[in-house]
Design a protein. Structure first.
Length: 273
């Protein structure tokens, strides 16, 4: 059995299938790990959802900010953004089934010596603690009152984690870190304004993964979300959002030996944030 980790797909179904053909992916024996942001901006969101759903337990899919945005728009909590490509899904006859599947995906995943999250982890969190916190959010998203949670999910505050947080503040910090984080201070104060690469960072902020003594540093982390960063391969990190929807590449990494596979992408909207 082979495990392939794939970066942000964002509705680019043709590129996904071409990449899987290139690596000879076989669902009967192989597994996909998908870093989230599987929907939006690209042209074929329904096809991506249907395909990943069809893989069942052969695909470990986690939620990214675009996936949560889709749930919020579908629930009528917020209006679509300019550049969204969600109309085909929202009018599809199987929309409710696909949305129900989507909200039942994880916020974080771990196994085989790796952990995967869409954006990042706060420096205080061990892998075990982060998985537990992700499970709190997952339980609410999968529960009967998930619509109320979606009403309270957005917002930048609190900017820091502490163990005394409760209620929606607690869940919001977890969602923001795991689906939006790029930079933080060494004490874990998050920044959400920076969307470029490693240049022009606000004073005092560094990439979340470079915080000294990060508690999750002993487990290699797979993440997406930061297309402007480009492909980042380190012993402790696999940053694999290589900007497919920006007209760059869709990336897969074979976890057994870390071999990288890519396919060129057409690019449509010029924005993968």
């Amino acid at each position: 059995m082979t495990t392939y980790a794939i970066g942000d797909i964002q509705g680019c179904y043709n590129e996904l299938r071409r990449l899987l053909d290139n690596v000879a992916f076989e669902p009967s024996r192989d597994t996909l790990w998908v870093t989230g942001d599987i929907v939006n901006r690209g042209p074929q969101t329904p096809a991506v959802l249907r395909y990943l759903r069809s893989l069942g337990d052969r695909a470990a899919v986690i939620l990214g900010n675009h996936d949560l945005h889709l749930l919020v728009v579908a629930a009528g909590v917020r209006k679509p953004h300019r550049g969204d490509t969600l109309d085909e899904l929202l009018s599809a006859p199987d929309c409710d089934e696909l949305l129900d599947w989507l909200r039942r995906q994880k916020l974080m995943y771990a196994g085989g010596g790796y952990a995967m999250v869409h954006a990042g982890l706060l420096p205080q969190w061990t892998i075990a603690q982060a998985l537990s916190l992700a499970a709190e959010v997952e339980a609410v998203l999968q529960g009967p009152d998930y619509g109320d949670f979606l009403q309270h999910m957005y917002g930048n505050e609190p900017l820091r984690w502490h163990d005394r947080l409760t209620g929606y503040d607690r869940l919001r910090v977890v969602v923001n870190a795991m689906t939006r984080l790029r930079l933080c201070t060494p004490d874990g104060t998050m920044d959400f304004s920076h969307k470029t690469g490693l240049h022009g960072m606000p004073p005092g902020y560094i990439p979340w993964f470079d915080v000294p003594n990060r508690a999750s540093r002993d487990t290699p982390l797979i993440f997406g979300h930061w297309a402007a960063l480009g492909l980042l391969l380190r012993p402790d990190l696999l940053g694999i959002d290589s900007g497919c929807v920006w007209g760059r590449q869709l990336t897969a990494v074979r976890l057994e030996d870390r071999q990288v596979f890519q396919c060129e992408c057409t690019g449509l909207n010029g924005s993968g944030d």
